[in-house]
Design a protein around this ligand. Structure first.
Ligand SMILES: C[S@@+](CC[C@H](N)C(=O)[O-])C[C@H]1O[C@@H](n2cnc3c(N)ncnc32)[C@H](O)[C@@H]1O
Length: 242
């Protein structure tokens, strides 16, 4: 037998509870408003719908990370959100779920997934439509570094960064944040995927400091899985009543 430790598998209820604790941590650290009780019912409904309707080829997102993306959006209620590097729309579907999916819990205005891979964008767009997302949620083929048409459609309440550029890989997050930070709404939240991934340790070691340099007033790292999420908040009132 191998001596390697196998991490315990969490039950659904345990994963919900752990996600609650992480959202609570975000509130304590000043990056998110409080999340309402009972939000995981909506998550589980959305999960069933996505499992039945979308095709996601090969991206890595654990159930805990999916809950956090969903929960961040429930707590922050972003009317306008952008996912930079959306690929087939996996992370986009979770973060846009609370405002744009059927049975949304608040009315979103615009959710845009950007990617330079035209085939992936076409699949992301098909996924949004087959899952019944509102027309304000779209996937478009565009370069997140040179997306003036889109940055100008803000101000953005939530931006999720997941670009993986040949050559720069995740080091490009710094540059993409510089591009989008001037277009953030008061109290905006920026989520960066992969900040804990060992493969990107060098690329992203300074990301949290860079976010503060670009205006974030609070930031925290969530160890949702091997990839991790950095959640950072810009100054101003956070969250909007729906
Ligand atoms: C790790 S994948 C993203 C996974 C995705 N967020 C998901 O939910 O599955 C990285 C993506 O960044 C995209 N990308 C690379 N450079 C880009 C750029 N300059 N602008 C937009 N997307 C870019 C790649 O085409 C690739 O699909």
């Amino acid at each position: 037998m191998s001596g390697a430790a196998v991490p315990p598998t969490l039950t659904v209820a345990q994963t919900d509870a752990l996600a609650d604790r992480m959202l609570d941590h975000c509130r304590e650290r000043g990056v998110l408003p409080p999340a309402p009780q009972g939000l995981w019912q909506g998550y589980h409904r959305l999960r069933s719908r996505l499992y039945e309707t979308v095709t996601i080829p090969d991206t890595h997102l654990t159930p805990l990370a999916a809950r956090l993306l969903y929960g961040i959006a429930v707590a922050r209620r972003p009317r306008r959100l952008a996912v930079l590097g959306c690929y087939a729309g996996n992370l986009l579907s979770w973060v846009a779920g609370p405002g744009f999916a059927p049975q949304a819990c608040y009315p979103g205005i615009r959710a845009v997934g950007l990617d330079v891979d035209a085939a992936a964008v076409a699949l992301a767009e098909r996924n949004l439509r087959s899952a019944g997302y509102a027309p304000g949620a779209v996937a478009v083929c565009a370069d997140a570094y040179a997306a003036d048409d889109f940055t100008a459609q803000g101000p953005w309440d939530l931006v999720l960064i997941d670009v993986d550029e040949p050559g720069a890989r995740k080091a490009g997050y710094h540059r993409v944040l510089e591009r989008w930070a001037p277009h953030l709404a008061p109290g905006a939240v920026v989520v960066a995927h992969d900040v804990r991934h060992p493969a990107f340790a060098d690329d992203l070691a300074g990301y949290a400091g860079h976010a503060r340099g670009q205006g974030a007033v609070a930031t925290t790292t969530l160890p949702v899985d091997v990839c991790g999420l950095e959640v950072s908040r810009w100054p101003g009132p956070s969250g909007s009543p729906a």
